[in-house]
Design a protein around this ligand. Structure first.
Ligand SMILES: C[S@@+](CC[C@H](N)C(=O)[O-])C[C@H]1O[C@@H](n2cnc3c(N)ncnc32)[C@H](O)[C@@H]1O
Length: 268
Protein backbone atom coordinates (compact mmCIF):
# COMPACT_ATOMS: atom_id res chain seq x y z
CA UNK A 1 0.00 0.00 0.00
CA UNK A 2 1.82 3.11 -1.20
CA UNK A 3 1.37 6.70 -0.14
CA UNK A 4 -2.01 8.06 -1.12
CA UNK A 5 -1.81 9.96 -4.30
CA UNK A 6 -3.54 13.34 -4.25
CA UNK A 7 -4.37 13.44 -7.91
CA UNK A 8 -8.08 14.00 -8.40
CA UNK A 9 -8.28 16.33 -5.43
CA UNK A 10 -6.16 19.04 -7.06
CA UNK A 11 -9.25 20.98 -8.17
CA UNK A 12 -10.80 20.93 -4.70
CA UNK A 13 -11.10 24.14 -2.75
CA UNK A 14 -12.24 25.55 0.52
CA UNK A 15 -13.31 24.54 4.00
CA UNK A 16 -14.85 21.15 3.24
CA UNK A 17 -11.63 19.90 1.69
CA UNK A 18 -9.51 21.17 4.59
CA UNK A 19 -11.78 19.54 7.18
CA UNK A 20 -11.67 16.19 5.40
CA UNK A 21 -7.93 16.40 4.79
CA UNK A 22 -7.33 17.02 8.52
CA UNK A 23 -9.53 14.05 9.38
CA UNK A 24 -7.58 11.97 6.89
CA UNK A 25 -4.20 13.00 8.36
CA UNK A 26 -5.46 12.31 11.90
CA UNK A 27 -6.68 8.86 10.82
CA UNK A 28 -3.27 8.13 9.22
CA UNK A 29 -1.45 9.10 12.39
CA UNK A 30 -3.75 7.03 14.55
CA UNK A 31 -3.14 4.00 12.37
CA UNK A 32 0.59 4.87 12.24
CA UNK A 33 0.46 4.17 8.50
CA UNK A 34 -1.24 5.72 5.50
CA UNK A 35 -4.94 4.94 5.22
CA UNK A 36 -5.89 2.50 2.52
CA UNK A 37 -6.15 3.56 -1.10
CA UNK A 38 -9.90 2.77 -1.00
CA UNK A 39 -10.53 5.07 1.97
CA UNK A 40 -8.45 7.76 0.34
CA UNK A 41 -10.37 7.43 -2.94
CA UNK A 42 -13.72 7.44 -1.15
CA UNK A 43 -12.83 10.58 0.78
CA UNK A 44 -11.58 12.25 -2.41
CA UNK A 45 -14.79 11.45 -4.26
CA UNK A 46 -16.98 12.76 -1.43
CA UNK A 47 -14.95 15.96 -1.13
CA UNK A 48 -14.92 16.49 -4.88
CA UNK A 49 -18.67 15.96 -5.24
CA UNK A 50 -19.41 18.28 -2.32
CA UNK A 51 -17.01 20.96 -3.52
CA UNK A 52 -18.31 20.88 -7.08
CA UNK A 53 -21.89 21.21 -5.85
CA UNK A 54 -20.83 24.10 -3.63
CA UNK A 55 -19.06 25.82 -6.52
CA UNK A 56 -22.06 25.44 -8.85
CA UNK A 57 -24.27 26.93 -6.14
CA UNK A 58 -21.87 29.85 -5.57
CA UNK A 59 -21.73 30.57 -9.32
CA UNK A 60 -25.55 30.45 -9.59
CA UNK A 61 -25.90 32.86 -6.65
CA UNK A 62 -23.33 35.22 -8.19
CA UNK A 63 -25.09 35.14 -11.59
CA UNK A 64 -28.48 35.78 -9.98
CA UNK A 65 -27.12 38.62 -7.83
CA UNK A 66 -25.65 40.25 -10.92
CA UNK A 67 -28.98 39.96 -12.77
CA UNK A 68 -30.82 41.58 -9.85
CA UNK A 69 -28.30 44.43 -9.54
CA UNK A 70 -28.55 45.00 -13.29
CA UNK A 71 -32.35 45.19 -13.02
CA UNK A 72 -32.08 47.52 -10.03
CA UNK A 73 -29.78 49.88 -11.93
CA UNK A 74 -32.37 49.89 -14.74
CA UNK A 75 -35.11 50.84 -12.28
CA UNK A 76 -33.06 53.63 -10.69
CA UNK A 77 -32.06 55.12 -14.01
CA UNK A 78 -35.53 54.88 -15.59
CA UNK A 79 -37.77 55.97 -12.75
CA UNK A 80 -35.70 58.69 -11.03
CA UNK A 81 -36.41 57.82 -7.40
CA UNK A 82 -36.45 60.75 -4.98
CA UNK A 83 -35.07 58.59 -2.15
CA UNK A 84 -33.44 55.16 -2.00
CA UNK A 85 -35.88 52.26 -2.31
CA UNK A 86 -36.66 50.01 0.65
CA UNK A 87 -35.07 46.53 0.42
CA UNK A 88 -36.28 44.23 -2.35
CA UNK A 89 -36.32 40.42 -2.81
CA UNK A 90 -37.42 37.97 -0.14
CA UNK A 91 -41.03 38.79 0.68
CA UNK A 92 -40.80 41.90 -1.46
CA UNK A 93 -40.83 42.00 -5.25
CA UNK A 94 -37.46 41.25 -6.86
CA UNK A 95 -35.88 43.84 -9.16
CA UNK A 96 -36.22 41.59 -12.24
CA UNK A 97 -39.98 41.22 -11.70
CA UNK A 98 -40.28 44.97 -11.02
CA UNK A 99 -38.59 45.69 -14.35
CA UNK A 100 -41.22 43.58 -16.14
CA UNK A 101 -44.07 45.35 -14.32
CA UNK A 102 -42.58 48.73 -15.28
CA UNK A 103 -42.32 47.56 -18.91
CA UNK A 104 -45.99 46.47 -18.86
CA UNK A 105 -47.03 49.86 -17.47
CA UNK A 106 -44.97 51.59 -20.15
CA UNK A 107 -46.56 49.43 -22.86
CA UNK A 108 -50.20 49.49 -21.79
CA UNK A 109 -50.54 52.77 -19.81
CA UNK A 110 -53.12 51.47 -17.33
CA UNK A 111 -55.34 54.05 -15.64
CA UNK A 112 -56.17 51.91 -12.63
CA UNK A 113 -53.95 49.24 -11.15
CA UNK A 114 -55.29 47.10 -8.33
CA UNK A 115 -52.57 45.45 -6.29
CA UNK A 116 -53.10 42.73 -3.71
CA UNK A 117 -50.30 42.83 -1.14
CA UNK A 118 -48.49 46.13 -0.65
CA UNK A 119 -44.84 47.02 -0.17
CA UNK A 120 -41.96 48.30 -2.26
CA UNK A 121 -43.91 47.11 -5.33
CA UNK A 122 -46.59 49.75 -4.64
CA UNK A 123 -43.91 52.40 -4.58
CA UNK A 124 -42.27 51.29 -7.84
CA UNK A 125 -45.67 51.02 -9.54
CA UNK A 126 -46.51 54.56 -8.44
CA UNK A 127 -43.17 55.84 -9.77
CA UNK A 128 -43.83 54.08 -13.10
CA UNK A 129 -47.30 55.64 -13.37
CA UNK A 130 -45.83 59.08 -12.64
CA UNK A 131 -43.05 58.53 -15.17
CA UNK A 132 -45.31 57.28 -17.98
CA UNK A 133 -48.17 59.74 -17.87
CA UNK A 134 -50.38 59.08 -14.87
CA UNK A 135 -52.87 56.65 -13.41
CA UNK A 136 -53.37 55.27 -9.94
CA UNK A 137 -52.44 52.15 -8.01
CA UNK A 138 -54.68 51.02 -5.18
CA UNK A 139 -53.08 48.37 -3.02
CA UNK A 140 -55.03 46.21 -0.56
CA UNK A 141 -53.10 45.32 2.58
CA UNK A 142 -54.35 42.79 5.14
CA UNK A 143 -51.74 43.54 7.78
CA UNK A 144 -52.15 46.70 9.89
CA UNK A 145 -48.41 47.16 10.48
CA UNK A 146 -47.58 46.73 6.77
CA UNK A 147 -50.41 49.06 5.86
CA UNK A 148 -48.66 51.72 7.93
CA UNK A 149 -45.22 50.92 6.50
CA UNK A 150 -46.37 50.91 2.86
CA UNK A 151 -48.41 54.10 3.36
CA UNK A 152 -45.24 55.63 4.86
CA UNK A 153 -43.28 54.74 1.69
CA UNK A 154 -45.86 56.54 -0.47
CA UNK A 155 -45.92 59.63 1.72
CA UNK A 156 -42.12 59.75 2.07
CA UNK A 157 -41.67 59.55 -1.71
CA UNK A 158 -44.42 62.12 -2.26
CA UNK A 159 -46.51 59.80 -4.46
CA UNK A 160 -49.94 60.15 -2.87
CA UNK A 161 -51.34 61.39 -6.21
CA UNK A 162 -50.46 58.03 -7.75
CA UNK A 163 -50.88 55.46 -5.00
CA UNK A 164 -53.08 54.56 -2.08
CA UNK A 165 -52.69 51.63 0.32
CA UNK A 166 -56.03 50.48 1.77
CA UNK A 167 -56.24 48.45 4.95
CA UNK A 168 -58.32 45.34 4.18
CA UNK A 169 -58.08 42.67 6.90
CA UNK A 170 -58.74 39.11 5.75
CA UNK A 171 -62.27 37.84 6.30
CA UNK A 172 -64.02 34.50 5.79
CA UNK A 173 -65.69 34.50 2.40
CA UNK A 174 -67.46 31.73 0.47
CA UNK A 175 -66.76 30.81 -3.12
CA UNK A 176 -68.99 28.08 -4.52
CA UNK A 177 -69.74 26.78 -1.04
CA UNK A 178 -66.07 26.71 0.10
CA UNK A 179 -64.64 29.04 2.75
CA UNK A 180 -61.69 31.27 1.88
CA UNK A 181 -59.87 34.08 3.63
CA UNK A 182 -59.99 37.24 1.57
CA UNK A 183 -59.53 41.00 1.79
CA UNK A 184 -62.48 42.87 3.28
CA UNK A 185 -64.53 43.61 0.13
CA UNK A 186 -65.50 47.07 1.37
CA UNK A 187 -61.89 48.11 0.55
CA UNK A 188 -62.85 47.94 -3.14
CA UNK A 189 -65.32 50.79 -2.73
CA UNK A 190 -65.12 53.36 -5.51
CA UNK A 191 -63.17 51.08 -7.88
CA UNK A 192 -65.31 50.33 -10.93
CA UNK A 193 -62.75 49.35 -13.51
CA UNK A 194 -59.27 47.81 -13.31
CA UNK A 195 -56.72 47.73 -16.16
CA UNK A 196 -54.05 45.78 -14.37
CA UNK A 197 -54.40 43.41 -11.44
CA UNK A 198 -51.15 42.63 -9.61
CA UNK A 199 -51.54 39.62 -7.35
CA UNK A 200 -48.84 39.40 -4.66
CA UNK A 201 -50.96 38.63 -1.60
CA UNK A 202 -52.28 37.39 0.70
CA UNK A 203 -49.17 35.48 1.87
CA UNK A 204 -49.26 31.74 1.24
CA UNK A 205 -49.06 31.11 5.01
CA UNK A 206 -52.69 32.25 5.31
CA UNK A 207 -54.22 29.23 3.48
CA UNK A 208 -53.45 26.81 0.64
CA UNK A 209 -53.89 28.42 -2.80
CA UNK A 210 -54.05 31.71 -0.87
CA UNK A 211 -54.32 33.88 -4.00
CA UNK A 212 -56.93 31.84 -5.84
CA UNK A 213 -59.88 34.07 -4.75
CA UNK A 214 -58.44 37.06 -6.64
CA UNK A 215 -60.08 36.24 -9.94
CA UNK A 216 -63.46 34.96 -8.66
CA UNK A 217 -63.78 37.99 -6.37
CA UNK A 218 -62.20 40.81 -8.35
CA UNK A 219 -62.57 39.53 -11.94
CA UNK A 220 -65.80 41.49 -12.49
CA UNK A 221 -63.83 44.74 -12.16
CA UNK A 222 -61.34 43.89 -14.92
CA UNK A 223 -61.66 45.54 -18.30
CA UNK A 224 -61.60 43.22 -21.33
CA UNK A 225 -58.01 44.28 -22.12
CA UNK A 226 -56.90 44.02 -18.49
CA UNK A 227 -53.86 42.00 -17.59
CA UNK A 228 -53.39 39.91 -14.52
CA UNK A 229 -49.85 39.85 -13.16
CA UNK A 230 -49.07 37.07 -10.73
CA UNK A 231 -45.80 37.03 -8.75
CA UNK A 232 -44.03 33.98 -7.26
CA UNK A 233 -45.08 31.67 -10.08
CA UNK A 234 -42.14 29.32 -9.58
CA UNK A 235 -44.21 28.01 -6.63
CA UNK A 236 -46.48 25.03 -7.12
CA UNK A 237 -49.45 26.83 -5.47
CA UNK A 238 -49.26 29.70 -7.94
CA UNK A 239 -48.89 27.30 -10.87
CA UNK A 240 -52.06 25.51 -9.76
CA UNK A 241 -53.88 28.83 -9.44
CA UNK A 242 -52.98 29.71 -13.05
CA UNK A 243 -54.34 26.36 -14.24
CA UNK A 244 -57.57 26.76 -12.24
CA UNK A 245 -58.14 30.35 -13.41
CA UNK A 246 -57.49 29.34 -17.00
CA UNK A 247 -60.00 26.50 -16.86
CA UNK A 248 -62.64 28.39 -14.83
CA UNK A 249 -62.43 31.83 -16.43
CA UNK A 250 -60.18 31.45 -19.48
CA UNK A 251 -58.85 30.83 -21.95
CA UNK A 252 -56.07 33.31 -21.26
CA UNK A 253 -52.92 34.12 -23.14
CA UNK A 254 -50.30 33.21 -20.60
CA UNK A 255 -46.84 34.73 -20.70
CA UNK A 256 -44.14 33.66 -18.28
CA UNK A 257 -41.14 35.83 -17.47
CA UNK A 258 -37.90 34.30 -16.25
CA UNK A 259 -37.83 36.31 -13.03
CA UNK A 260 -36.10 34.71 -10.05
CA UNK A 261 -39.40 34.04 -8.26
CA UNK A 262 -41.37 33.66 -11.48
CA UNK A 263 -43.75 36.27 -12.90
CA UNK A 264 -46.71 35.38 -15.10
CA UNK A 265 -48.97 37.68 -17.09
CA UNK A 266 -52.44 36.52 -18.15
CA UNK A 267 -54.54 38.33 -20.76
CA UNK A 268 -57.71 37.54 -22.67
C1 LIG B 1 -45.55 38.83 -0.87
S1 LIG B 1 -45.70 40.15 0.24
C2 LIG B 1 -46.16 41.46 -0.82
C3 LIG B 1 -44.96 42.21 -1.24
C4 LIG B 1 -45.24 43.46 -2.00
N1 LIG B 1 -46.08 43.27 -3.15
C5 LIG B 1 -43.88 44.00 -2.44
O1 LIG B 1 -43.40 43.62 -3.50
O2 LIG B 1 -43.27 44.72 -1.70
C6 LIG B 1 -47.22 39.75 1.04
C7 LIG B 1 -47.41 40.49 2.35
O3 LIG B 1 -46.22 40.48 3.11
C8 LIG B 1 -46.08 41.71 3.80
N2 LIG B 1 -44.87 42.38 3.29
C9 LIG B 1 -44.75 43.32 2.34
N3 LIG B 1 -43.46 43.64 2.16
C10 LIG B 1 -42.76 42.87 3.00
C11 LIG B 1 -41.38 42.75 3.30
N4 LIG B 1 -40.47 43.51 2.67
N5 LIG B 1 -41.01 41.86 4.25
C12 LIG B 1 -41.92 41.11 4.91
N6 LIG B 1 -43.27 41.18 4.67
C13 LIG B 1 -43.67 42.05 3.74
C14 LIG B 1 -47.35 42.51 3.53
O4 LIG B 1 -48.30 42.20 4.55
C15 LIG B 1 -47.79 41.94 2.20
O5 LIG B 1 -49.16 42.07 2.00
Amino acid sequence: MGRPNHQGTSNLRGGAYRVLKDAYVRASLRLARPVSREIHDDVSRIVERHTNRQMRHTHAVARESYRQVEALVGLYSTLGFTLPLPPMRGYALSPDAAVEIVRLIHESRPSTILELGSGVSTLITAYALRRFGGGRVISLEHDAAWHEIATGYIVEHDLSDYAEVRYAPLEEIEIQGHPWKWYDPSALQGIDSVDMLVVDGPPRSTQPLARYPALPLVGHLLTHEAMIVLDDTVREDERSIIRIWDSESGPFRIEEFAAEKGLTVMRR
